[in-house]
Write a protein that binds this ligand. Structure first.
Ligand code: TXA
Ligand code: MG
Length: 355
């Protein structure tokens, strides 16, 4: 059942119904400011098992527990360091997930067998109301089938999970479009396990020290990232994908050359560019009478949040159009570049052509 929010609001009766579904061990997908989540009761082991089943996700990959009130944090975690309160003060509700030692009330099924638990308070009215209506603790991974790009619209959730979950709360398109930043607070100094909208620099304004998990650095392909989920080839389109890195026009020319080669072999090609470079591709496509739809514009380098916002939707569109090979520019933008490139590299299975 898909329930649409009218101007961001859902009728009381539907929220109540969503809460009932969760209390009875069912699953409800809901919007957050990052991506849609697939929610179940975080304190009910059977709900977490159902989440893994619906997503087709390996059960060693822990879930994030979503809360709606600060006083709920200490009900599920122990040893909250003073730095965590400072981060919460600065960024909650918001796209920041923190990892703590868990209390016994959080079942091992929710944490993939770990002694730690990831917690976040989303910055989204409907999400907060839903969490409250459900008893306060919602375990939610992104609401996609495992291996597919995270959903940024209710339609994406429907595509992936119809028939597998009881309800979808449709709050329209999400704002940010990439998953939250994850910071491990069980170590000192805290470590960033997944880059997101809240970047290292923003964290440094609150913490004296913070480190980046070395497994996340681009040239450390052999090290395993510490967040279990980061080791899977996530966020992936069905097509083979390659990133092309080089000085602007040189990279564009390389992409055009590679795309032409693949086309000649009869492959369905896709290209991802930014707004600023699109004319280079369009000129070539027109000259060669190639279909212009193979070019998708991620967004503008000058408004990098547009790139984060559009990325997953574009990858899904290429799936629908049955693209077989996708070439993408790289977007090393100042604020969200680390997060955007982390997702793009994963979508491309780390395949990067440097020119
Ligand atoms: O923005 C988000 O965080 C979205 C929305 C729905 O809130 N959720 C999300 O969840 O992205 P998911 O399950 O797709 O990603 C959770 C990540 C995984 O990489 C998982 O391994 C990591 O968080 N994680 C969860 N608990 C952890 C823990 N205790 N220790 C280390 N990593 C953990
Ligand atoms: Mg996910």
């Amino acid at each position: 059942m898909v329930i649409k929010a009218e101007r961001g609001k859902i009728k009381r009766e539907y929220l109540k119904q969503a809460g009932e579904i969760i209390r009875q061990g069912g699953l409800v997908a809901f919007p957050t400011e990052t991506v849609y989540g697939l929610g179940g009761d975080a304190l009910n082991p059977h709900s977490s098992e159902k989440i893994y089943e619906a997503k087709g996700r390996p059960s060693d990959n822990p879930l994030i527990v979503h809360i709606c009130a600060m006083e709920d944090l200490e009900k599920i975690v122990k040893d909250v360091p003073e730095e965590a309160y400072r981060l919460a003060e600065a960024f909650w509700p918001g796209p920041l997930t923190m990892i703590f030692q868990k209390k016994d009330c959080v079942p091992a099924q929710t944490t993939g067998g770990l002694d730690t638990v990831a917690v976040r308070m989303p910055n989204h009215d409907l999400a907060l109301e839903f969490i409250q209506a459900s008893g306060g603790f919602i375990a939610a991974p992104s609401a996609n089938r495992s291996g597919r790009p995270s959903p940024t619209m209710a339609e994406h959730v429907y595509e992936d999970l119809k028939g597998k979950i009881e309800m979808i709360l449709d709050g329209g398109e999400v704002g940010i479009g990439l998953e939250s930043t994850i910071v491990d607070m069980t170590v000192s100094p805290p470590v960033i396990l997944r880059p997101g909208y809240i970047n290292e620099q923003m964290l440094r304004q609150v913490l004296e020290q913070v480190e980046m998990d070395r497994g996340l650095l681009p040239d450390q392909g052999t090290l395993h990232p510490k967040a279990p989920g980061m080791k899977y080839r996530h966020y992936a389109p069905r097509a083979e994908m390659m990133l092309v890195e080089g000085k602007e026009k040189i990279a564009a020319e390389k992409i055009i050359e590679l795309a032409d080669q693949e086309e000649m072999q009869g492959k369905r090609v896709g290209i991802i560019s930014c707004e600023e470079h699109k004319n280079w591709y369009l000129e070539h496509l027109k000259k060669e009478s190639h279909p212009l739809e193979i070019l998708k514009i991620a967004g503008s380098l000058k408004q990098e949040e547009t790139i984060a916002h559009n990325l997953y939707r574009i990858l899904r569109e290429f799936d629908e159009e049955k693209a077989e090979v996708i070439f993408s520019e790289v977007f090393e933008t100042p604020t969200m570049g680390t997060a955007i490139m982390n997702r793009l590299r994963k979508a491309a299975g780390q395949k990067i052509i440097k020119c």
